[in-house]
Design a protein around this ligand. Structure first.
Ligand SMILES: Cc1cc2nc3c(=O)[nH]c(=O)nc-3n(C[C@H](O)[C@H](O)[C@H](O)COP(=O)(O)OP(=O)(O)OC[C@H]3O[C@@H](n4cnc5c(N)ncnc54)[C@H](O)[C@@H]3O)c2cc1C
Length: 437
């Protein structure tokens, strides 16, 4: 391995691999370093890999809709360079999202969809049953913990229907998606090094000069990018850039429950759901298409399990698991509650407003794509392009802090001003302050 590169990317998750791919396409000689054995082995492998377009802000909806185009044409995104047998499958099932007070009956999301030309249709509470056989349409909001005597008690009336977003679905194997992107990046000359940690950020003459690795080697590069997922805050500290940032990142532990779906679901088209009345989201399990993956929408009643050391946290299921299943059982009364917990325990990398940071830093040459807050898998292909555009602009002498880089979402013809993802932005009060973003 050469000891000099144009850019070093710390992390080979789906966003790290995407960043390497885009820089390699631009002709940068890149080195991706990951402490784990394969691309996508970190939090990417635990992802539910749901692709959806509804968010709380117009920019986030636009970014996600642009991202959807890449999943829909995965081989095209990869430049047709990966063997068919190795490719992930993207299932475009569509997403059904309940209208609630919490999401303002999706009025803002629907206006954003109108502005970006993303289709959707309104569904009333009765029609929801064609997607969710036997669904109980009553309201249960607010979500409660299962030791609350009022858990499962309806709170008055039916929910106000839902919106169906046909552009959405899920990826069957998120880890493999990162590996697909690694392969595509390697076609353009990118180098990947696994089982190796970055232990130090090397600074020379007040700018980044490379990294030191766990095997003691120093690798030089004028650009280093932190795409360390839940390790991002430690890497920013290593680079000495955190104290100059308004936003910060923090690892948050989450469980996802995998359960069988009732037989009545065998004959219906399976979809992704987001139900902020019971505050869980679901997607079909990829193995059979019959089960559910159930994730939390972060209700206020739940304790947040912040993790200081992302290499050392509880990997066992806790009562959080059963809570997720029981919350879904309010809407789907036929859902069984299994005795044995199955699913995923993993970490989000969360910012104060649950929106990502795609930015440079105060250390020239040091960049970050982090704070992905449990909701940026879907945006990985675009995030890679965004990071490459930030690096390219800095190389051309543009100071992104003073003159924000403008990024064109080419499939939907939408101009995104990248200061929206600045490390120094004000907290975005339009956010849901949850995984919804
Ligand atoms: C349970 C769960 C469910 C989710 N569901 C969804 C969803 O449905 N839809 C959605 O859009 N998003 C979802 N997300 C979020 C999404 O998965 C993440 O935003 C995305 O995978 C982050 O990718 P990444 O490349 O930034 O980070 P990661 O995949 O975490 O990769 C970071 C890599 O950096 C490496 N690393 C860290 N420190 C070092 C170091 N010092 N030296 C070398 N390597 C290092 C790690 O080993 C790791 O491989 C979910 C996340 C979780 C945890």
């Amino acid at each position: 391995m050469s000891d000099k590169f144009d850019a070093i990317i710390i992390g080979a998750g789906v966003i790290g691999a995407g960043t390497a791919y885009e820089l390699a396409k631009l002709g940068y000689k890149t080195l991706s370093v990951d402490k784990l054995p394969q691309a996508g082995y970190g939090s990417t492998s635990g992802s539910c890999a749901i692709i959806r377009t509804y968010y709380s802000t117009a920019d986030s909806c636009a970014l996600a809709y642009e991202g959807w185009h890449h999943w829909k044409d995965w081989t095209g995104y990869l430049g047709n360079k990966v063997n068919d047998t190795d490719l992930i499958e993207y299932h475009n099932t569509g997403c059904l999202v309940a209208k609630t007070e919490l999401n303002n009956h999706l009025q803002k999301a629907c206006s954003a969809m109108d502005a970006i030309g993303c289709p959707y249709e309104h569904v009333n509470a009765q029609e929801m049953k064609t997607y969710l056989p036997g669904a109980d349409a009553r309201r249960f909001f607010p979500a409660k913990t299962i030791d609350d005597a009022a858990f499962g008690e309806p709170t008055g009336g039916d929910i106000d229907g839902a919106v169906f977003f046909p552009c959405g679905g899920y990826v069957d194997d998120p880890m493999r998606s990162a590996q697909n992107v690694q392969t595509a990046a390697e076609v353009h000359g990118a180098t990947f090094k696994f089982n190796t940690s970055v232990t130090k950020i090397v600074v020379d003459n007040a700018r980044v000069a490379g990294v030191e690795l766990s095997d003691g080697t120093v690798v030089n590069a004028p650009v280093v990018i932190n795409v360390g997922g839940p390790h991002s805050s430690g890497i920013n500290k290593m680079a000495g850039v955190s104290h100059n940032m308004s936003m910060s990142t923090r690892a948050l532990r989450h469980e996802v429950a995998h359960v069988d779906s009732p037989e009545s679901f065998d004959s219906v088209k399976r979809i992704v759901t987001s139900d902020s009345d019971i505050q869980v989201y679901t997607r079909p399990s990829s193995a059979t298409g019959k089960g559910f993956l159930i994730g939390s929408e972060d209700p206020a009643c739940d304790d947040r399990e912040w993790v200081d050391d992302p290499d050392n946290y509880n990997l066992e299921f806790t009562p959080q698991w059963k809570t997720l299943v029981m919350r879904l059982a309010q809407r789907i009364p036929d859902l069984g509650i299994p005795d044995t917990a199955k699913g995923v325990v993993a970490l989000y990398d969360v910012t104060e407003d649950w929106m990502p940071i795609y930015d440079k830093s105060d250390l020239p040459g040091f960049f970050m794509a982090c704070g992905t807050s449990g909701n940026q898998y879907k945006n990985a292909p675009v995030a890679g392009k965004i990071m490459a555009s930030l690096v390219k602009a800095a190389d051309a002498g543009q100071d992104h802090d003073k003159e924000p880089v403008q990024f064109m979402l080419e499939h939907i013809n939408y101009n995104l001003s990248l200061d929206a993802y600045s490390r120094n932005r004000k907290i975005n009060e339009e956010s849901s302050f949850s995984v919804i973003g």
